[in-house]
Structures are given as structure tokens and as C-alpha cells.
Design a protein around this ligand. Structure first.
Ligand code: BTN
Length: 308
């Protein structure tokens, strides 16, 4: 086990000061070496107070370092700074990482959104990508995106009583303000999904700077900072439960009952064209069905949707 992880576990369990002597005996290393590992922990964002009596962990509910995730810690990969968690996750997925491997970053230097947009990712936001390996045909992959957004919106409603609603396909809005965006990448083996990487950017304590004209954050909505770890833990628990018994009908029903797109006049920009019409339904694969001005209908599977 990583000596830093052992030190974190010992301090966490003690919930009090642990002397340098005890730590060095437990690890079988010198006290200088304990001190160096503690400095490493502090550098990675763990709050540890040292005194002549030893070291004490200051519990920080906002910390996203792996050691703070108990049973999940082996599947959490934390970066103080990275280009994009999507890129890190893709490398891990291609190397065969396990289901529900998570890449989380304190900040991203090349965060990206849908349609090649930049996702500015300053300190304080929650930026992560989760790699899932659902045993489903490729044509149902769109529903996994909807499911992730449904689970995130539901937990934001229940933990913080915010009116989180879904804009097709998987933006989370409060009123007209964007609180969270999701982005996914998929690779297949034959007709089956090999892995899907679901990237989530949630404005928590950051000043949101998405390219969308109006965005908001949990801190702005609640008037107080919000610890990010409880959100990530709650999301992973819910989403993992969901994926273990994936029910396409339930996803569509739940998406519909929390959405603000159906019934609206919308413009959807896809990679190929722009479609305008009234959003009337979502199909069995998560595609948006539009009724066009000439009375015909068209289904779009991907794209950016703007409410008119
Ligand atoms: C969008 O609304 O356009 C989707 C935004 C997705 C942003 C997240 S932040 C974590 C992950 N890493 C990225 O580079 N993008 C996603």
C-alpha cells in the first residue's frame, strides 16, 4: 500500500493526534520519511495539522483525494491539474480499467464540452469522468447519457432542494441557468458497448464561465459553499445502482418527468445541420423527436439543443 495512503488511513481512524513515532513504527520508516509523506499528502490537498505531539487530520468534506473515498478509493484517480479528465479516462479505459473507474480533477487546463466547446474548469467546480462498461447494445448508449443526467439532477434536488431540470439531452438547468453539463465518449466491440466515458462538469463553488450566456453554481443558488465529495459519492452510488439493473423504460420515464424540453420550440444544432421544430417526445433510444413546421417529424440523436 502507498505509505501516504497508510498514513491517511491511520490518521482517519484515530480521529485525533497520532505521534510521528507511532506512524514511523507502523510504516517501518524513519520519522523524517513520515514527515515527507505527510508533506506529500498536504500538497495533494489533504489538510493535516502538525504539532509537537504529532499529526492530526482536519476533516475536509470538500477533498477529492482517493483516500477520502473509503471503499471506492482504488477506483478514484485524482489530479490536482490535468488537461481533461476525458483524455485521462480514455487512456485508462483502453488499457482495460475496471467498471466505475473515476478520474477527477481539481482543475482542467483543456476541459471540453459538447460540439468542441471549451469547458473552463477553475478551482471549486466538480470535474470528473466515470468509465462504465455496460452490457448493452450500442443503440442504447444514448440512454446511459440520459440516465447519468437523471441521477445527477435527482440528487441535486434531494440534497440541496434546487429545482434541477433536464434539457435534452443531458444538461441540467435551474430556471434558465446551466448548472451542469455532461459529455460522453463511447467505444464499441461489434454491436456492443465496450466502454462509455461519462464526463460531468458541475458548477459547485466556482464562478461559472461556460460559453453559455447564463450559468449558475450551487454556491450562487444556496448562498454558501458546498462540499464536492458528498455530491460525487452520492452520484457514483446512485449511478452504479442504476447501471447494475439498467432499465431503459425507467430511464426514459424519469427523464421525461424532470425535463424542460418537451413541448418547447427548439433549435438543435447537429454536426451536419440545424433542425427547428417543436420537441414532442424522446424515442426508445433517447433521440429527440421534433415536429417540423411542415407537419413532418424528425428524430435527432445527438446535438446541441437551444430552447426558443
Ligand atoms: C457540455 O455541457 O458541453 C458538457 C460539459 C462537460 C464538461 C466535463 S468536465 C469533466 C469532463 N472533462 C472534460 O473535459 N469535459 C467533461
Amino acid at each position: 500500500m502507498d505509505p501516504k495512503q497508510t498514513i491517511y488511513n491511520l490518521l482517519n481512524r484515530a480521529d485525533d493526534v497520532v505521534s510521528g513515532e507511532t506512524l514511523s513504527a507502523e510504516l517501518g520508516v524513519s520519522r523524517v520519511s513520515v514527515w515527507k509523506h505527510v508533506q506529500g499528502l498536504i500538497k495533494s490537498g489533504i489538510s493535516i495539522v502538525s504539532s509537537p505531539k504529532g499529526y492530526r487530520l482536519t476533516r475536509d468534506p470538500d477533498s477529492l483525494v482517493p483516500w477520502a473515498f473509503d471503499a471506492r478509493q482504488d477506483r478514484i484517480h485524482y489530479f490536482q491539474e490535468t488537461g481533461s479528465t476525458m483524455d485521462e479516462a480514455m487512456v485508462m479505459a483502453r488499457k482495460g480499467c475496471v467498471d466505475f473507474t473515476v478520474v477527477v480533477a481539481q482543475r482542467q487546463t483543456r476541459g471540453r464540452g459538447r460540439m468542441q466547446r471549451t469547458w473552463l474548469s477553475a478551482d471549486g467546480g466538480l470535474y470528473f469522468t466515470v468509465v462504465v462498461r455496460p452490457d448493452i447494445p450500442m443503440m442504447l448508449a444514448g440512454l446511459v447519457n440520459l440516465a447519468a443526467a437523471v441521477d445527477m439532477a435527482k440528487l441535486l434536488r434531494s440534497l440541496y432542494q434546487v429545482e434541477a431540470c433536464l434539457k435534452w439531452p443531458n444538461d441540467i438547468l435551474v430556471g434558465n441557468h446551466k448548472l451542469c453539463g455532461l459529455l460522453s465518449q463511447m467505444e464499441a466491440e461489434g454491436d456492443q458497448v465496450a466502454h462509455m466515458n461519462i464526463g460531468v462538469g458541475l458548477n459547485v463553488n466556482n464562478a461559472p464561465e461556460t460559453e453559455a450566456p447564463i450559468a449558475t453554481s450551487l454556491k450562487a443558488l444556496l448562498g454558501r459553499p458546498v462540499p464536492r465529495r458528498e455530491i460525487l459519492v452520492a452520484f457514483l452510488n446512485e449511478f452504479e445502482k442504476r447501471m447494475s439493473t439498467f432499465d431503459p423504460h425507467a430511464v426514459i420515464d424519469e427523464w421525461k418527468s424532470n425535463n424542460v424540453t418537451l413541448g418547447r420550440t427548439v433549435r438543435v444544432i447537429t454536426v451536419k445541420d440545424v433542425v427547428e421544430g417543436t420537441a414532442v417526445d424522446v424515442d426508445a433510444h433517447g433521440g429527440l423527436i421534433l415536429e417540423l413546421a411542415d407537419g413532418t417529424s424528425q428524430t435527432v440523436m445527438h446535438g446541441d439543443c437551444f430552447h426558443r
